[in-house]
Ligand binder design. Sequence first.
Ligand code: DLL
Length: 436
Amino acid sequence: MAARYWNEAVETMGRPDIEALQLSLLRQAVGRALTTPFYGPRLEAAGISGPSDIRSLADLRRIPFTTKDDLRQAFPFGMLAAERREVVRMHASSGTTGVPTVIYLTAADVERWTDYVARSLVATGADSSDVLQNMMTYGLFTGGLGLHYGAERVGMMVIPAGPGNTARQLKLMKDFGTTTVHATPSFMLHLHSKMAEEGYGLGDLRLKRAFCGAEPYSEDARRKIEALFGIEVFNSYGLSEMNGPGVAFECERRDGMHLWEDGYILEIVDRDSFEPVPDGERGEIVLTILCREAMPLLRYRTKDLSAVCPEPCPCGRTHRRIARITGRTDDMLIINGINVFPSQIEEVIMAMPEVGNNYLILVQKEGALDRLTVKVEVGPSSFADDSRPLNALRDRIRSRLQASISLNPRVELHEPGVLPVSEGKAKRVVDERPKL
Ligand code: DLL
């Protein structure tokens, strides 16, 4: 197979060159981080007061980890390393509470991100002859704009469809000869389940490939989507803290995701001891973004579990591959691609005096999509003969939850004592979706 590159020199760099580049970029990143209210005192406390204190890549381990909670503490500008007037874009993702995780980018940062995405897409075999339908959300979520810019850079014709609305998606696919889609894997399965009903057959489509990510899925799910549509599915990993999509992407081999090591330093650490694990062993992904001017993030604990694929990739790219993500070390739920922390739901519910102390979060599959139900106990007086106040309360809970988590849950109200009370630590989340 003739490997095609976007930037061959960078993508096939030898390991010593990658490491030398990482060291020099890490020094710059540390220099920038030191100027921020969050990292300044933290790095000083770790004995790092200037870039020259980083003498080798091994010194990375002197830097303390950064967590999502740190991002929350630093909200809104505690990690900003650029002048406000240099910032051209922000994105945000859910935090563990109502405080979101915010990321800032300068024009040069957007440019670099665009480059990581462009090279990822070319690695899948995509080129300017392709029509890309982007079914990810445009907005604060990074899946829409992030991939869009990279695809345009490659010269693909981009249809900025956004998510949902299967009938319109299928019509766009047919009318414009979409060859490539970007979607969550669950939406791909949902789309297929609606095709016949909407009057479309595979013969109406010119689809060749899909970029799927933003939520966990199994190898079986990949094969299923490939078989149903007769296409190739490429796994794509990213997180808003590290820009978004374009952190790691599968090449034409579809066997692990190349993580762009000129942009990120990858560590995989034991989930309990935080010591590095050998290649091939699973642990938590820890990432350092090397070049983001507006907002450095050093040794960010992603909470995602993966492993380094130890073998070099036959495609010729030297940037190491990570294996499919098999889970998280925290309780973050990903529901139809949207990140939700149970604590966000609790915060909304507990702020409503009509609501009792017991609640349950239920996540199920409904067809190909995820379904969130929040069961809430309310005071006995709410269950009077007149059901109108109850309905109003249900609507109020639903709309407050929707405002907080950007999902429209089903809300069930129950009389006190109906929901199970667990002994010891309350089990608030029941996730009935099939495991990976
Ligand atoms: O989901 C960015 C993205 C957009 C990635 C489009 C890929 C495609 P966040 O909303 O910040 O950003 O969520 C990041 O989603 O920490 C993982 O837990 C999960 N995740 C992302 N990609 C994958 C994947 C975007 N391919 C969080 N497999 C991450 C499994 C994934 N989980």
